[in-house]
Design a protein around this ligand. Sequence first.
Ligand code: PMV
Length: 351
Amino acid sequence: MEQEFTGKKDYQLSEITVSASCPSNIALIKYWGKYDHQIPANPSISYTLQHCRTQTEMQFVPGEPFSVETWLAGKEEKKFAEKTEKYFYEIQKYLPWILDGKYIISTANTFPHSSGIASSASGFGAIAKCLMLLDEEFCGRHEEDFFLRKASFLARLGSGSACRSLYNGLVVWGQTDVVPGSSDQFAVPYPQEDIHPVFRHFNDWVLLIHEGQKSVSSTVGHGLMKHNPYAQRRFQEARENFSVLKSVLKSGDMEAFIALVEHEALTLHAMMMMSAPAFILMKTGTLEVISKIWKFRNETGLPLFFTLDAGANVHLLFPGNESADAIRTFIGAELLQHTQNQGVIKDEMKF
Ligand code: PMV
């Protein structure tokens, strides 16, 4: 499978600047735990966001010794440059020209750096797209399908969940019989015809409960799943959840969708608490918001629910239909007070 991505040895280099933009994504069935070479321990599915994006410009100067310079919003980022250099060495087999020059990479995010929103998915997605644009310049044009599949494959090697950001809508990464064509190597879009219209326009408002660096990185978290005594059961459950989700997505059963998505979020954090050493990324505000959401739902029956990333912030999910107004009012009146600085990022998924 991977051979499909081995790069061409005959290429012609030129100095060129390319640019690409890529959105972030939020997982519904979570990827948490991996094997060597960024192979996920279970399949995952996410919504691709609309507004939280990374814009990247990549200048390539051939003939210079290999080096990478990275700039984030006009500020030089030496750590990110080191990480990117390492990444370029790792993917050399797939882009044989990649070490033949110098790179100046400038990136900007549409969301605040301090927000704690992971920029790795949109960041590596945008870098992978830029690399594929350079590859087209040096080796000739690719079919659109191949372009995106290889960009997704390359993004995965940078940051696992990034591979899902290459497609719009609901996107699957990791082999599962439930989704034909799914793969551990790259992401694929979930078939549109199997998605009820109610799931095609959703809001994701991210409440910034805690801004800034989180205490344990995703890399460390994934690693701790290796010795987590509940890991195998968790991986199995994620697979089972895919079958459940398939029929829910088709039928439009909102209640079952909410139950599954919230269970997945809490399971992710339960895994963290059952790791050794244990760690907790939720904050008091996270728990307060969750309990208010449950109370609101009990009292009104309106479809406001949550998911969580590997962090304290709460992703508030609600369909983009008529009930949205009452939900927005509730968020402003009751939930916003639990953020650190009145911080909320209003995003949506539409396809
Ligand atoms: O792609 P990583 O290594 O940053 O891991 C992402 C893990 C979660 O965001 C918690 C879940 C997911 O599937 O995106």
